[in-house]
Ligand binder design. Structure first.
Ligand code: SAM
Length: 224
């Protein structure tokens, strides 16, 4: 993994090298993560047990297209833990569109994250209906999907077809138990990857163990 872009950092804390992002809103915590100041810059520790993107980095993620000024569509924003770190990375000139359909969760997302960060646009919509938020934005560099639905791959593909740039990156979190509890997790991941092959070049599949049980992340590039 190249780290020259300084999208994220390794900070020594409690005798260990820990993952962190530079806090875009100094003094502000999102999920009670530790804030550490080094050489006058404030960093937020990025917990791989709380964020699957951090877990993927810990497990040798080879592709990291989240950069300064990137435009990201994030489906399944929840209360915004991972969105907040992506917001740190893309910075003031980037943007993160966070789609969340559960209004109670979305309220926390607004209070904890979107209210403090101008580069986060909350969209209270169902990711199954991308046409409903079509007018909100144009094409993005990365589509990140973590919605834990049985038909999540189809939802993700529909969103990529509507919003992802040609050659853009696609990150799909597969919660194997939410697709079929009776099948072996490895088999489910293989089946979901097969579904992507017509439209995407699959680059990497990462098992998120031990940070997340029965979760995998697929990273792909959009051919269209
Ligand atoms: N990505 C989050 C993080 O790392 O902080 C955790 C996401 S959580 C596993 C899944 C979220 O997807 C839930 O908040 C759920 O309400 C949302 N979700 C599920 N189906 C959805 C849909 N069809 N449209 C929008 N959001 C959805």
């Amino acid at each position: 993994m190249e780290e020259d872009s300084q999208a994220f950092f390794w900070i020594k804390s409690e005798g260990q090298q820990k993952l962190a992002t530079e806090n875009m809103v100094p003094g502000n915590q999102v999920y009670k993560e530790r804030l550490i100041i080094k050489k006058g810059i404030e960093f937020r520790l990025w917990d791989p047990f709380r964020s699957k993107l951090a877990a993927a980095i810990m497990n040798e993620l080879d592709y990291f297209p989240f950069e300064n000024k990137s435009q990201i569509l994030y489906l399944g924003a929840s209360t915004g833990t991972t969105v907040s770190h992506i917001s740190d990375i893309v910075g003031h000139d980037g943007i993160v569109f966070g789609v969340e359909h559960a209004s109670r969760v979305a309220r926390d997302f607004l209070d904890r994250v979107a209210a403090h960060r101008k580069n986060v646009i909350p969209i209270l919509q169902d990711a199954r209906k991308p046409k409903e938020y079509f007018s909100v934005f144009g094409k993005v560099d990365v589509v990140y999907v973590d919605i834990a639905q049985p038909d999540q791959t189809q939802i993700a593909v529909d969103n990529c077809e509507t919003f992802l740039k040609k050659g853009g990156y696609f990150f799909l979190v597969i919660k194997t138990r939410s697709i079929d509890v009776t099948k072996a997790p490895k088999r489910i991941v293989e089946e979901e990857v097969e579904k992507l092959k017509p439209g995407f070049q699959v680059l990497q599949t990462i098992d998120l163990h031990p940070y997340d049980k029965d979760h995998a992340m697929v990273i792909a590039k959009f051919k269209n």
